[in-house]
Write a protein that binds this ligand. Structure first.
Ligand code: UDP
Ligand code: MG
Length: 316
């Protein structure tokens, strides 16, 4: 069988500290698997600059100039990790047979790429990279990240446990992915929805050797929240349950108030006024906020703004 043309898409945001290093490892690995006939010699690596404020784009341009293995895509500003991935992928749907996405810091072991290509050759249309050992992550990062997958699954988002954005997709899958038009694209949830035959490759997560994480806690929480509210109406239902509970409680209180009135025990109590008042207005406010969250999402989707804007492409 003819080896597949592979495109590796790497989103890069303020990665000047690590990019040259990642490039040398990746390009060497690439040439090695090309030499072994695992991938076609037309395969490329696409570095997507997601509006970095440091020298990332200059580095990408230099790499493009000295190595035609590299394609550089520059977004007009920072659109976020998921959109940067989509920009690199969608731009090249017709030119490659399969696509792998990987982070610029190479914390996801690149040696898993060989396994992915083999599974693809055996017929898997999607191959998920799954983190086996996470001991290189701090305890905090690991437990919040693993908690994230568990909460997501509980809420009905079809994420694969411990799989982030290191995955292989066949061109066919990517074409279908293009039909998911949402602006708030949460790839980890959408890709499993596409279906087709899939497989997994387990690898150990390595340490980031330079630069800092672009996902501090606040961004991680936002990402998780986005994932949940883009995929699951469970939080809304929770509010409904909570509302029903509140309503039942309120009914009990009404009975209590009426019966005290009938008995003639009508000393007006401050506590019994303030307590329900604060409680119910508090929960109302919360419910409204949650509904607002979904309405906000609808608002963003309805506008149908572009997910990303490409400013220029080098070495196309
Ligand atoms: N990234 C991006 N745009 C952003 C934030 C991150 O393209 O707005 C890229 C970043 O350059 C890296 C990947 O997304 O290649 C994952 O980020 P990072 O390694 O910092 O996250 P972590 O591994 O700590 O979760
Ligand atoms: Mg990382």
């Amino acid at each position: 069988m003819k080896p597949s043309r592979l495109l590796l898409v790497v989103p890069c945001y303020n990665e000047e500290a690590i990019l040259n290093h990642s490039y040398s490892i990746l390009s060497q690995y690439y040439r090695d698997i090309m030499g072994r006939g695992l991938i076609s010699t037309d395969s490329k690596i696409c570095l997507v600059n997601d509006g970095s404020r440091d020298k990332t784009w200059d580095i990408i341009e230099d790499l493009c100039a000295k190595d035609d293995l590299i394609i550089g895509v520059k977004l007009s500003r920072n659109f976020g990790h998921q959109s940067a991935i989509m920009a690199g992928l969608e731009q090249h749907v017709d030119d490659f047979d399969c696509f792998i996405t990987i982070d610029a810091d190479l914390q996801d072991d690149i040696n898993a790429i060989t396994g992915m290509i083999e599974k693809h050759a055996e017929g898997a249309m999607i191959v998920y990279g799954v983190r086996g050992d996470r001991s290189s992550d701090s305890w905090f990062k690991r437990s919040t990240a693993e908690g994230f997958y568990k909460v997501m699954q509980k809420m009905g988002v079809p994420v694969i446990f411990n799989h982030a954005d290191f995955r292989l997709m066949d061109r066919r899958v990517l074409q279908e992915l293009g039909n998911y038009k949402e602006i708030n694209l949460f790839l980890r949830g959408v890709v499993p929805l596409i279906g087709f035959r899939s497989d997994k490759v387990v690898y150990n997560r390595l340490e980031r050797i330079a630069g800092e994480t672009k996902y501090p806690l606040s961004k991680m929480v936002l990402f998780a929240w986005n994932g949940i509210t883009s995929f699951s109406t469970f939080p809304m239902r929770l509010v409904l349950y909570f509302g029903v509970l509140n309503f039942s409680l309120a009914m009990l209180i009404v009975v209590y108030i009426l019966s005290s009135y009938l008995i003639g025990f009508t000393v007006p109590g401050w506590t019994s006024t303030m307590l329900p008042l604060t409680f119910f207005s508090g929960s109302n406010m919360m419910a409204l906020g949650l509904i607002g969250e979904y309405i906000g999402k609808i608002y963003e989707e309805v506008k149908g703004r572009p997910r990303y804007i490409i400013e220029k492409i080098v070495n196309e």
